[in-house]
Design a protein around this ligand. Structure first.
Ligand code: 13P
Length: 279
């Protein structure tokens, strides 16, 4: 199997109101679980490798592992750069064979975000890679839950202009979604999502899928979300599986067993998440 999720596949999913799960991976165990969940469901999946993980582990090593897992999988496994704010990092990942990248100028003014995003699109075109960008601003930390509230919502009229002016392939929307687990349930503004979808032709992306009820996720997919980003629930499942295994092991040193347990739990979690919105 070649590396993918290509632009055409994302567009086809969007056109038929389906979606692909995009899961953040910091290590090989999660990468294997992402591919295994794709294979178990027969669905394409996306491994989100970097940018924050590059501050934690050796980036080229993690990318090489992701590529090997993706190429060996029986379903298309996309390799995506999540929340990059750096055009040089984007170019390095494109050189490494990423199928898609996200440029995140959401902290900038509309004009500066438009300009930065257009430059990312220009950089990605020769590679055939597709580009996601964010408008409005999603709150919360990308690597640990901080209990953040909703961020700055995406304005539908601005979204229409932003998509036209930048040439992006996918738009990350802010409709009450939050990065990380929250103390109070997240309330997604599906009316806003519908208004954005009505004026933008591109697939929409829902970040912060952790903790969002399955029926809300399915409703968002029916309205035009074609990529669902998940991380915090996976981090918790990973840590939980390792901790449970360690607690049950009298020797307290069965790291191989703990890693296998984490892979099993993550695969099961991702599989049921995919099944929930593809049923
Ligand atoms: P959660 O951590 O809330 O699942 O969000 C993940 C995400 O949006 C990655 O970009």
């Amino acid at each position: 199997m070649t590396l993918g999720v290509e632009r055409e596949l994302l567009r086809a999913l969007h056109a038929t109101r389906r979606a692909v799960l995009a899961a953040v991976a910091y290590d090989l165990v999660t990468l294997e679980a992402i591919a295994a969940a794709g294979e178990a469901t027969g669905c394409p999946v996306i491994a989100q490798v970097g940018s924050s993980a590059f501050g934690l582990v050796h980036g080229p090593g993690l990318i090489a592992a992701a590529r090997a897992v993706a190429v060996g999988a029986a379903v298309p496994v996309g390799l995506h750069l999540d929340h990059s704010r750096d055009l040089d990092e984007i170019r390095r990942c494109l050189d490494a064979g990423y199928t898609s990248v996200m440029i995140d100028g959401s902290r900038l003014s509309l004009g500066a975000n438009t300009e930065l995003t257009a430059r990312a699109v220009e950089a990605a075109r020769p590679y055939g890679a597709w580009v996601e960008a964010e408008l409005g601003h999603l709150s919360g930390d990308e690597d640990r839950s901080t209990g953040a509230g909703a961020g700055e919502p995406t304005d539908p009229d601005e979204a229409a202009r932003f998509v036209a002016d930048t040439g992006i392939d996918a738009l990350a929307v802010c409709i009450g979604n939050v990065h990380g687990r929250t103390t109070r349930p997240v309330a997604l503004d599906l009316g806003r999502l519908e208004r954005i979808a009505a004026v933008t032709p591109v697939p929409l992306v829902l970040h912060g899928a952790s903790g969002v009820p399955n029926e809300v996720i399915s409703a968002a997919v029916a309205l035009g979300v074609a990529k669902l980003n998940v991380n915090a629930d996976l981090r918790a499942a990973h840590l939980g599986a390792m901790a449970a295994h360690a607690a049950a092991d009298s020797t307290c040193d069965d790291l191989p067993g703990a890693l296998s347990a984490a892979r099993r739990v993550l695969t099961a979690h991702l599989t049921s998440l995919i099944q929930a919105f593809t049923a």
